[in-house]
Design a binder for this molecule. Structure first.
Ligand code: NAI
Ligand code: COI
Ligand code: MG
Length: 369
């Protein structure tokens, strides 16, 4: 009997539709090789969903995601929907909403340097050599999900202590949320180089002081074999580009993880290389770490590798196809070793005939599965 998987596709906006097509191309090549069927159910999220339905996360999209074996998302957002009006819908609400709906509290962002891309990084090759770290980002708590409000000073009488508008966002964490992400980080570290760096701002924030306490309690009780270090987030931002190869697993709260992963992506040469898996206790979602790149959308030049490596993570974590996942990684490595580059990862030595577009890069990878 042929295995058949139902994959929910969420192309979103900007370069989203261009790169997800290449993820699907690679997944189809995997299906052909392993005799596995993939059925795709495409749904709306983000700006395109606002245009069609007035909301960034229609109920049908949530249903399609929950009914699938895994979700493949590209990216949402763009200038068309940018607004500072708190009453208007924003594409990013769709992304935050689907993470919450599916309970995706654990975001894995692997930062690995492909040897041949050492020259594409803005850091010196000897600094980026051997970089292999995993950012474990808490994904459904913290500042992105806390209560927020803007109070308009309609009569000029002043709000929040002074004349003018007043706004706030709140950063909250429960012990439970910290404990479950910390356990994930320690478990992952045990399968890697057994080192966890816990990143916080405990010299200022109360949530961070509790974060540190909980992480240490879990460590001392159940994971004393794993090395644990604490690092303040500002120092981490600096150390990541100073000594990136020293990091193994980096565990941190939602916003710190968002910011640090974009920074870490640059170590690999481009944000277009950084995949991610968003995991919970049910259906998981796989997405590049980058956004919808409106500055290059519609030109066929976006790098689809982050999306393709997100397919690799889907095969590994949701579909229990580790050999196929290895095939995807090997195929990407082979294409890069053969010298092919999208514009974002080319360097001064890349010959013009090796610079390829989104579609060609996807085809080159799919051919090597
Ligand atoms: N997961 C998601 O859907 C995310 C969505 N966004 C949204 O995306 C929109 C654009 O945000 P930005 O701040 O510009 O971040 P971005 O990640 O879209 O782009 C940052 C820079 O990286 C480049 N880049 C990103 N992905 C690339 C790829 N695959 N190939 C080549 N170059 C690539 C872009 O061209 C741009 O110069 C905003 O509306 C933002 O809210 C931002 C981050 C995550
Ligand atoms: C667009 C945000 C909601 C999220 C983000 O930047 C990310 O997950 O990387
Ligand atoms: Mg981000």
């Amino acid at each position: 009997m042929t295995t058949n998987y139902q994959i929910c596709l969420l192309p979103g906006d900007g370069i989203g539709p261009e790169i997800i097509a290449e993820g699907v191309k690679v997944l189809d090549a995997v299906g052909e090789k392993y005799g596995v069927g993939f059925t795709y159910d495409e749904a709306l999220i983000g700006g395109c969903a606002i245009d069609a339905t007035g909301t960034a996360l229609p109920a049908e999209t949530i249903q399609a995601a929950k009914a699938s074996d895994a979700v493949l998302l590209a990216a949402v957002g763009g200038p068309k929907w940018d607004t500072t009006d708190p009453e208007k819908p924003r594409p990013e609400q769709g992304l935050l909403g689907i993470r919450k709906e599916l309970g995706l509290y654990c975001n894995l962002r692997p930062v690995q340097i492909f040897d041949v891309l050492a020259g594409a990084s803005t850091l010196r090759p000897e600094v980026v050599a051997g970089v292999d770290l995993m950012i474990v980002r808490e994904l459904t708590g913290g500042l992105y999900f806390g209560k927020r409000e803007r109070v308009f000073d309609k009569d000029g009488a002043g709000v929040g202590g002074a004349a003018g508008q007043y706004a706030y966002d709140t950063l909250e964490y429960s012990e439970f949320e910290i404990e479950r992400i910390a356990r994930q980080a320690f478990e992952i570290a045990r399968k890697r180089r057994s080192k966890v760096t816990s990143v916080d701002k405990a010299n200022v924030l109360e949530t961070s002081r509790m974060w540190r306490e909980v992480v240490h309690r879990i460590h001392d009780a159940d994971y004393a074999d794993v090395e644990l270090e604490d690092l303040l987030v500002d120092n981490t931002a600096m150390q990541l580009i100073n000594r990136p190869a020293d990091f193994d697993v980096v565990v941190t709260e939602n916003m710190f993880g968002d910011i640090l992963s974009d920074e870490a992506a640059q170590i690999t040469g481009s944000l277009g290389m950084l995949a991610s898996a968003s995991l919970g206790d049910g259906v998981a979602l796989y997405e590049p770490s980058h956004g919808s790149a409106p500055d290059i959308a519609g030109r066929g030049i976006a790098n689809p590798i982050a999306q393709i490596l997100s397919v690799e993570m889907m095969l590994r974590y949701s579909l229990n196809m580790p050999e196929a996942a290895d095939d995807v990684r090997r195929a990407v490595t082979d294409v890069l070793d053969a010298g092919f580059r999208t514009g974002d990862i080319k360097d001064a030595d890349t010959p013009e005939d090796k610079v390829v577009g989104t579609e060609a890069m996807g085809t080159l990878v799919a051919e090597r599965i």
